[in-house]
Ligand binder design. Structure first.
Ligand code: MG
Length: 389
């Protein structure tokens, strides 16, 4: 009895704003689809996860699937219906007995509901979770009410929608052959060919993220969930300084800022990222950058400092911890830092696995006092707060 899950992520979903589809926006430090896929990939009843992605989304997906075991993603079609059929067809080779079809944009799916849908498939070939409607329903074509709909028998459909595999495969093939298009969920496909679809109680938390407001609410909820299990709060601090040398740009927090000089150092001399790396290492008592990446070792020459930060974050993660907040102060007479702060946060956020609202980057001059005040180099201080189990 193999249960497979198709995760439908083909949509362009730009209503939520930004350049990338909503399923690749980060909430709680991870892409929306990461949370969704993890729920299925770690569920004991589900043995195969087939992601269906949009054309040209391969790189986003690769980043979003980190650490999650799925079948290779398959490129979907121009509609949700096509994408689902393509995902189901891709599973034929694995001949599962049951399939769950789930929206990538529903990351709060809880394991209980997955179990309930799988269990219901023992007694019925098609089942969907849905919620009863609390509001009075009006039928108002053109904005004028023509009647009030009896809500007693009305349900709002959710996913995962569960099916006997061969039944939904056959239904999708028939609907495609008949040229019926734009059915918005898989239950509609089953209904269209006359299959009976049962309804079980859905979950109010299992929301579909659509708008920018949905994503902000989801960020707050997912962070709270992620942090709730990590009561051991620790703080570390770091400091670094690098002198100027002839050059064309300085690199700070991963962002190259055009300047008449560069910072001198063994790596890319990103003093701000070095300070942050030391702050995280400090918070978990794991020495400092120098102890992990000795300057005497030629392999770190001209290395991007992201590898140092990634190492510190991976040490934290290996203990089950996450970063809660990072606060960086850059001490520089020149160049001007503030126009680059947003880009810096954008660079650090995925490395730290947190949203940009958990990163502070400030800059100050030294009022011409001391070496930095005389424009001899740049220093940075950082404080990192981490949470551990
Ligand atoms: Mg340094």
């Amino acid at each position: 009895m193999t249960v497979a899950a198709v995760i439908v992520a083909g949509g362009v979903g730009l209503r939520a704003g930004g350049e990338r589809p909503k399923q690749y926006h980060r909430i709680g430090g991870k892409p929306v689809i990461w949370w969704t896929m993890r729920a299925f990939a770690t569920h004991p009843a589900v043995s195969l996860v087939q992601p269906v992605i949009g054309e040209g989304h391969e790189e986003w997906f690769k980043d979003a699937a980190e650490g999650i075991s799925t079948l290779p993603p398959i490129t979907g079609g121009s509609t949700r219906q096509d994408s689902c059929r393509i995902g189901i067809e891709a599973l034929v080779a694995h001949s599962p007995s049951k399939v769950l079809i789930h929206d990538a944009a529903r990351p709060f799916i809880d394991p209980e509901l997955i179990s309930e849908v799988v269990a219901a498939l023992d007694t019925t070939p098609c089942v969907i979770p849905a919620l009863p409607i609390a509001d009075t329903l009006k039928y108002a074509p053109g904005g004028i009410i023509t009647r009030t709909v009896d809500r007693a028998a009305m349900w709002a459909a959710q996913t995962p929608q569960g099916f006997a595999f061969n039944a939904i495969l056959d239904a999708h093939r028939r609907v495609a052959r008949d040229g019926v298009a734009l059915l918005t969920d898989d239950a509609s496909i089953a209904e269209h060919v006359g299959l009976q679809v049962a309804v079980i109680q859905g979950n109010t938390g299992n929301v579909k993220l659509t708008t920018a407001a949905d994503l902000s609410a989801a960020e707050a909820a997912m962070s709270a969930k992620a942090y709730a299990d990590l009561p051991d709060v620790r703080t570390g601090q770091g400091f670094d300084i690098h002198a100027f040398a002839p050059g064309k740009a300085v690199v700070l927090c991963g962002v190259s800022i055009p300047h008449t000089k560069k910072l001198k150092g063994h790596s890319d001399a990103d003093a701000a990222m070095h300070a942050l790396t030391d702050a995280i290492l400090g918070a978990i008592g794991e020495g400092d950058i120098g102890s992990h990446f000795p300057p005497s070792d030629p392999q770190w020459k001209n290395a991007p400092s992201s590898i140092f930060l990634e190492k510190a974050v991976s040490l934290l993660k290996s203990r089950g911890g996450i970063v809660a907040h990072a606060d960086i102060t850059i001490l520089a007479e020149v160049p001007k830092i503030s126009p680059h702060v947003l880009a810096m946060k954008g660079y650090l956020a995925p490395l730290l696995g947190i949203g940009i609202d958990r990163i502070a980057i400030k800059a100050t001059t030294m009022e011409k006092i001391g070496g930095i005040g005389r424009g001899e180099g740049i220093a940075a201080m950082a404080v990192a707060t981490v949470r551990l189990p």
